[in-house]
Design a protein around this ligand. Structure first.
Ligand SMILES: [Zn+2]
Length: 447
């Protein structure tokens, strides 16, 4: 007992020291010149960074790991015309900072860190080689104001997936014949899924619980809503009084429960604004409010249920490559965790903890990893097809062309025709082989 307390204290200490290495943006300077614009970020320590570029509008996105930003990006002196504005955007990880440099025309970025020298400290240097240095004339001709963008207008936000590890704390969930607790297995799978999602560009995970504590089933979808989740995945393990039943299953909200929930939400008028967002303030007339709420809420519920069903089917397809299935189609159920009318929600039963073989499997880390991967693959496939508005994936899709495969066409032929790499087409469509089918609609990335 004493030993475990010591090791917990040790863990806390390690966590604290790693936070101590937190970086910070202390200042920003812009140095325009006729053919190159340099942006210098003054940093507290050596920056760890990654970057990518996006079109419409053209911009360079820089992610700085473990960095907070106390420096405002407004009112930075900029006498050049290559950079439109500098702003912060929602970072992939809470602990990091995302800086967006909006460009008025194409520029080739190169980024590097500089060690302290003379009166300067640590720096991140961004050099932007101007593609058309003469178009803007001399630096003195144009002076562009640098303004901070309101974060709500972001068009490249991450898709947020709320992961709900079933049970926790005083509620162990089901207990297997060898004594395994469902709450531990669900949390482990949830954490694996969390890290897969967080390492995917354009996606971010939030957890309803990240440790062994209790949250009521009704509170779980509320957490997802507070974090503006695009999806809620609840993870559970099944149990039965007999040892035979086995296999995974996927659950979505039943139509009947959906109707009841809709009615329940309509009764709670104080919560309407929460669900309607900005629309609630526009509706002044109390008599039409209920009608409008009902309409919007109904549409939202329809959309959530259709999404849940589509995604549920994809999860079933992926799960059957890992485990046997208890149910071959998504099942309709009346679980409290699935009742958010505005957030598509599914519940995945990863197997029967009451089946001795499945209990053994679920205690195997590699197996839990495969289950998490199946949920991850299904989610990614779904959102690649139907990215939510305002997300990076939606923006990228908008910037891409599509091509419907005709008889006799192959990936290499299309790559040649559109002058892109076969590998980029495969990546954009999440293809694992070179085989395409007639009628298949492919995303053709613009390089
Ligand atoms: Zn459960």
């Amino acid at each position: 007992m004493v030993r475990s307390i010591v090791s917990i204290l040790l863990l806390c200490f390690v966590a604290t020291t790693s936070y101590g290495a937190q970086n910070n943006i202390d200042g920003v300077r812009i140095w325009p010149s006729p053919d190159n614009t340099r942006v210098v970020f003054d940093m507290k320590t050596t920056p760890s960074f990654s970057y990518f570029t996006l079109k419409n509008p053209l911009r360079l996105v820089i992610d700085l790991d473990n960095t907070s930003h106390t420096t405002s990006l407004t009112n930075i002196e900029n006498s050049g015309d290559l950079i439109g504005k500098l702003r912060y955007s929602t970072p992939k990880q809470k602990s990091s900072a995302r800086v967006v440099i909006e460009l008025n025309r194409a520029a080739k970025p190169s980024l590097f860190a500089m060690e302290p020298a003379e009166s300067f400290g640590h720096r991140l240097v961004v050099d932007l080689a101007d593609s058309d240095p003469h178009r803007g004339g001399s630096a003195a001709l144009a002076s562009t104001s640098v303004v901070i963008d309101e974060s709500s207008g972001s068009r490249d936000r991450d898709i947020i997936v709320a992961i709900d590890a079933g049970h926790g704390g005083h509620d162990p969930g089901s207990v297997g014949p060898a004594g395994s607790y469902e709450k531990h297995i669900t949390l482990s799978i949830a954490k694996k899924l969390e890290s897969m999602i967080n390492s995917e560009r354009g996606m971010r995970a939030i957890m309803t619980r990240s440790d062994d504590y209790y949250i009521s089933p009704n509170r779980r979808p509320e957490i997802a809503r507070e974090k503006k989740a695009d999806l809620l995945i609840s993870i559970h393990a099944d149990a039965f009084s007999q040892p035979q039943p086995r296999g995974g299953s996927v659950w979505v909200l039943s139509m009947r429960r959906a109707d009841t929930e809709l009615g329940r939400w309509l009764e709670k008028s104080e919560r309407h604004s929460e669900l309607l967002g900005g629309a609630a303030e526009v509706i002044n007339d109390k008599s039409s409010e209920r009608y409008l709420t009902e309409t919007i809420l109904g549409l939202s519920m329809d959309h959530s249920m259709a999404t849940s069903h589509d995604l549920g089917n994809k999860v079933v397809e992926e799960l059957k490559q890992v485990t046997s299935l208890h149910k071959r189609k998504p099942q309709a159920a009346s679980f409290a965790v699935l009742t958010a009318p505005d957030i598509p929600s599914i519940l995945v039963e990863v197997g029967f903890i009451s089946n001795p073989q499945e209990e053994k499997n679920l205690n195997w880390s590699k197996y839990r990893e495969r289950l998490a991967k199946a949920m991850f693959n299904a989610t990614k496939r779904y959102f690649k097809q139907v990215p939510p508005d305002g997300t990076l994936w939606a923006l990228e899709r908008e910037n891409n062309r599509t091509h419907k495969v005709r008889s006799g066409e192959s990936l290499s032929l299309l790559a040649q025709r559109y002058n892109v790499k076969v590998s980029s087409i495969k990546a954009a469509n999440d293809l694992s082989s070179d085989i395409v089918q007639i009628g298949q609609v492919l995303t053709i990335p613009r390089t």
